[in-house]
Design a protein around this ligand. Structure first.
Ligand code: ADP
Ligand code: 5GP
Length: 203
């Protein structure tokens, strides 16, 4: 039995990492797909926990070997979801969270029609810029160049299954939890458990 896939995307600074961290802590049985990337670790990121960090050449040879379900170039680096990282989580029936850009989300939906795509929006572009400044992880030129691309990036939210506007953080986390928990309560998801409990056959 394989679990559900939940993809979360957002423009940089919208609060995606903060929401994902809370979901990992609060939702039982939720796995996380650790991506591969050619970018260098930042701050207190750990190899094998936040990402599998590797050299660009190694990443490219993995592409050639067909190791990725999806991969994309984001800014100047390569990011990808490997079949093995995903299989590790889904094989045991775990639901899996994936933190992907919009190209990755589109490709996952192509491969897995039942995957659930969630887009996190900031309440405004001004607030987004202020959050990036306050986070203090990127210098001003990087922030300005990301902000230029943001309006276009946000347009991609139209084909996602769900949109969360992250104004009040707690409300946004609750909305993300609600999406995941409601998918788990769908009739097709509950059927195996209900069949064991009661004499019911599903069409
Ligand atoms: P992303 O992963 O989308 O780039 P982060 O989760 O790193 O974004 O959030 C960017 C910054 O905004 C962080 O400093 C985070 O603490 C802060 N933040 C996230 N959500 C909110 C919110 N609802 N209100 C205020 N600040 C927030
Ligand atoms: P960051 O470098 O800030 O961790 O991530 C930059 C962007 O790459 C984010 O939008 C993030 O969602 C995306 N990303 C991370 N891992 C993957 C992946 O495996 N595939 C794709 N397509 N995007 C990814």
């Amino acid at each position: 039995m394989s679990g559900n896939l939940f993809v979360i995307s957002a423009p940089s600074g919208a609060g995606k990492s903060t929401i994902i961290k809370a979901l990992k802590e609060r939702i039982e049985g939720l796995g996380y797909s650790i991506s591969h990337t050619s970018r260098k670790p930042r701050g207190n990121e750990n190899d094998g926990i936040d990402y599998h960090f590797l050299k660009k050449e190694t990443f490219r040879s993995m592409i050639d070997a067909g190791a990725f379900v999806e991969w994309a170039q984001v800014y100047d680096d390569l990011y990808g979801t490997s079949f093995s990282s995903l299989d590790e989580q889904t094989a045991s029936g775990l639901d899996v969270l994936l933190d992907l850009d919009t190209q990755g989300a589109k490709n996952i939906k192509k491969h897995f029609k039942n995957s659930v795509l969630i887009y996190v929006l900031p309440p405004s572009l001004d607030v987004l810029e202020k959050r990036l400044m306050a986070r203090g992880t990127d210098d001003e030129t990087v922030i300005k160049s990301r902000m230029k691309k943001t309006s276009n990036e946000i347009k991609q939210c139209v084909w996602y299954d769900y949109i969360i506007v992250n104004d009040d953080l707690e409300k946004a986390i609750k909305e993300a939890q609600a999406i995941i928990l409601s998918v788990r309560c769908r009739t097709d998801q509950q059927a195996p458990i209900v069949k064991e409990m009661f004499d019911v056959s599903f069409p």
